[in-house]
Design a binder for this molecule. Structure first.
Ligand SMILES: CC(C)(COP(=O)(O)OP(=O)(O)OC[C@H]1O[C@@H](n2cnc3c(N)ncnc32)[C@H](O)[C@@H]1OP(=O)(O)O)[C@@H](O)C(=O)NCCC(=O)NCCS
Length: 143
């Protein structure tokens, strides 16, 4: 699987995949976000992104295209995004999810009270506006 950084002009396939999966897609072009596509045999099989600066970052927009789920792709993409973050000096990865809590918990993320999130994470558009209060907040310290 090949990981490719997406420029702001390349975000349409990601936007389409997020909308199809019911994930927030309104803020993709705002600054401070880095998105990637994961391609296999010349087709996009997954997308994901990292948002923010400093040692706490938001992992977001992780989506495996329908028809490709349940085959380990999500796990590979998550590991690749974590490796990217670690390489950038990130210590803690944070995320919100409405439907994939068990997936992330199986990869070392712990459900936390939202009030425990660092200020930089609370200030993200996802926390403030895009994700409903029902979304679970999870975090993981990168090894
Ligand atoms: C969550 C998601 C990225 C997982 O990708 P995937 O390629 O199916 O995951 P994998 O094949 O690596 O892992 C599958 C495992 O995760 C579990 N799993 C997958 N999606 C899950 C979900 N939504 N909730 C709970 N468990 C889930 C499967 O049961 C399976 O468990 P097993 O290994 O014990 O059988 C994918 O289902 C997806 O794109 N969902 C829609 C978008 C989304 O909810 N993204 C997360 C919010 S950022």
């Amino acid at each position: 699987m090949h990981m490719t950084a997406l420029s702001n002009d390349d975000l349409e396939p990601l936007r389409d995949a997020l909308i199809l999966a019911g994930l927030p897609a309104d803020d993709l072009n705002l600054p401070g976000r880095r998105f990637f596509s994961f391609r296999q045999q010349d087709s996009d099989v997954a997308f994901g992104g990292i948002e923010g600066t400093g040692s706490d970052r938001l992992l977001r927009s992780l989506v495996v295209v329908e028809g490709r789920r349940g085959q380990g792709t999500g796990a590979l993409v998550l590991a690749a995004l974590e490796a990217f973050a670690k390489n950038e000096g990130v210590e803690w990865v944070h995320l919100l999810t409405e439907s994939a809590t068990a997936f992330f918990a199986a990869h070392g993320y712990q459900v936390q009270e939202r009030s425990l999130a660092p200020a930089s994470i609370c200030a993200t558009v996802q926390f403030k506006r895009l994700c409903p209060a029902s979304a679970a907040y999870l975090s993981k310290r990168l090894a």
